[in-house]
Design a protein around this ligand. Structure first.
Ligand code: PEP
Ligand code: MG
Length: 594
């Protein structure tokens, strides 16, 4: 069992539930350092080996630094090489090594954690000096400690998989790639200080069925390692040190939810059709190939969005080869048959894996080299993916979709590239689907405004409201400080969405929505009324939405949408929809609140 709790008072904190479910476990605090560093308790008999592991990585770091010093001295001169000499001295300093070793011994913790703690103490000490020279050494300590950490993590080390009990990650922030690695025990849930409902970290949590709460201020300071935590992703609350009675109550709530979810699954074979026979299609958004099974289980009529960028995490720091791409796309198509699978080319950059995959850093990444822009600048990497996609199209029902298109010129350029690849494949005698459909995400306001022009050159549209809202309302989708302005029902948004749906209809091309907005029962009423016919969402949201579709009349939704378009604020629109739903569908919608 874990070490004794440091506190025992019961505390509740409110955040935003972004992935439903309830998780109970012991807190592991993660504060972002170079890489995530976890505190892992070790056994008595492991202490000596852990100290040795630390000393070896220190030795290795010192050798590296001296080598670097020699190299720099040759290429740039002694003046520049001195910094590495100074760093090697810190590494060789006996008191630094002793401090970390003592921490490992006294607290019986892993070397990474002990190192990070000593690093923090030293940095704080240097920062408090009056002398400028000494204060500037803070950066040196940081640099050195990070080098040692990289070496430590390069050799066999203790990690969370050794912990026998369930763990709740308590973090200041988590990237999507941090989160995707949580896909295994002992991690059962997480909570963070920052984040947004439609951030990719939240989207991944849902894909992994991992209860998650975000936006709890100062969380890492108010929860201690090893405290017992309940993450309630339904209500968006965190409960610390619950009593046995509270735990029992939460466990029975889990059973009630599971029962209700099972009941909902019985609509799996039923059509997504309104009471007045208006048929729509409910499809799945997925990030991982393993989710194809979930899509089928929850009754998806195809994959409306495969976020291919997550494939790059599994191969990072290397890029996926053409064969790796091809094998995944072929499997996806085969797993989705007889339905279609829409594969979006990689949407890297912005906040998504830019550092991990591209090693790049931008001042304003969300408006920077992201998605299609990045694809077009890294042609070789992009061509590898496109070749694989075209090849896989010979084996199943695949459609290609491009993210973050802002205008017709960009679409033409990428279509020219696809044509070039087709010619290459023709010359090599490699088969592909000659009727392959090419669609685009509508998630930049400019694209929404000129949807009529784009509709003449794209085979289909997918409205990405997560970004369309972010860009048209000028609010960072991952920033909890402005999340109150993230309003899917903002009149500007409804007008943009209507324009895109109408443009698609006039041009005779399908329009879907794969932003999070599509999975919300209240928003779905308006979207149905605006004429949206394809709703793509996290697989587990499909049964709920199907019940909503089956409990309403299309002609009523149309009226609701018409009136909603006349209102002036998102709040007025939301109140109006809720009122109308209560009036027109007194038997109720099968909503999220089970
Ligand atoms: C969107 O922007 O709505 C979307 C579906 O794409 P992503 O969430 O991956 O940015
Ligand atoms: Mg997007």
């Amino acid at each position: 069992m874990p070490a004794a709790q440091t506190r025992s008072d019961i505390r509740t904190y409110k955040g935003v539930g972004v992935s439903p479910g309830i998780a109970i476990g012991r807190a592991v605090i993660v504060e972002k350092r170079v890489a995530s560093v976890y505190r892992v308790p070790i056994r008595d008999e492991e202490v000596a080996a852990e100290v040795t592991r630390f000393l070896e990585s220190l030795e290795k770091t010192r050798d590296e630094l001296l080598e670097l010093k020699a190299k720099v001295s040759r290429s740039m001169g002694d003046e520049y090489a001195q910094i590495f000499e100074a760093h090697a001295m810190i590494v060789g300093d006996a008191s630094f090594a002793d401090k970390v070793a003592q921490k490992i011994e006294n607290e019986q913790v892993n070397a990474e954690w002990a190192l990070a703690e000593v690093q923090e103490e030293l940095q704080a000490r240097f920062a408090s000096f009056d002398d400028d020279y000494l204060r500037e050494r803070v950066a040196d300590v940081k640099d050195v400690a990070e080098r040692v950490l990289v070496n430590l993590q390069g050799v066999a080390h203790h990690d969370l998989s050794e912990i026998a009990h369930d763990v709740i990650i308590i973090a200041d922030d988590l990237t999507p790639s941090d989160t995707i690695h949580f896909n295994r025990r002992p991690i059962v849930g997480f909570a963070t200080e920052v984040g947004g409902r439609t951030s990719h970290t939240s989207i991944i949590a849902k894909s992994l069925f991992m209860p998650a709460v975000i936006g709890v201020p100062r969380l890492t300071k108010i929860v201690d390692n090893d405290e017992l935590v309940i993450v309630d992703g339904y209500e968006g609350t965190i409960l610390i040190n619950p009593t046995q009675a509270m735990i029992a109550e939460y466990r029975s709530r889990v059973s009630r939810h599971e029962e209700a979810e099972q009941k909902l699954l019985t609509n799996r074979e039923l059509a997504a059709m309104t009471k007045d026979n208006h048929r729509v299609s409910l499809q799945a958004n997925i990030e991982l190939i393993e989710e194809v099974g979930d899509a089928v289980k929850f009754g998806a009529e195809g994959i409306g969005l495969y976020r291919s960028e997550f494939l790059y995490i599994s191969t990072s720091p290397d890029l996926p080869t053409e064969e790796e791409h091809f094998n995944i796309y072929r499997k996806l198509a085969e797993g989705t048959a007889p339905n279609w699978c829409v594969i979006r080319t990689f949407d890297l950059g912005g906040k998504k894996l830019a550092r991990e995959v591209m090693g790049s850093k931008e001042d304003n990444p969300v408006l920077g080299l992201r998605a299609l822009r990045l694809c077009m600048q890294h042609r070789d990497m992009f061509k590898t993916q496109l070749r694989a996609l075209l090849r896989a199209s010979a084996f199943g029902k695949i459609k290609i979709m491009f993210p973050l298109v802002s205008g017709v010129q960009e679409l033409r350029q990428v279509k020219t590239l696809v044509r070039e690849i087709r010619l290459e494949l023709d010359a090599e005698g490699i088969p592909y689907n000659r009727e392959l459909q090419i669609g685009i995400m509508i998630e930049v306001p400019s694209a929404a405004v000129i949807a009529d022009l784009l509709a003449t050159e794209a085979d289909f549209f997918a409205i990405g409201t997560n970004d369309l809202i972010q860009y048209s309302l000028a609010i960072d989708r991952g920033n909890e400080n402005v999340s109150y302005l993230y309003e899917p029902l903002h009149p500007a948004l409804l007008r943009l969405i209507k324009g895109v749906i109408d443009a698609g209809k006039r041009a005779g091309i399908p329009v879907s929505m794969c932003g999070e907005m599509a999975s919300d029962p209240i928003y779905a009423i308006v979207l149905l009324g605006l004429g949206l016919e394809i709703f793509s969402m996290n697989p587990s949201s499909i049964p709920v939405l199907k019940n909503v579709v089956r409990s309403v009349r299309y002609k009523d939704c149309k009226r609701i949408a018409e009136s909603a378009l006349q209102k002036k604020t998102a709040q007025e629109i939301e109140e109006y929809i809720i009122e109308s739903v209560a009036m027109r569908f007194p038997e109720g919608l099968a909503s999220k609140s089970l």
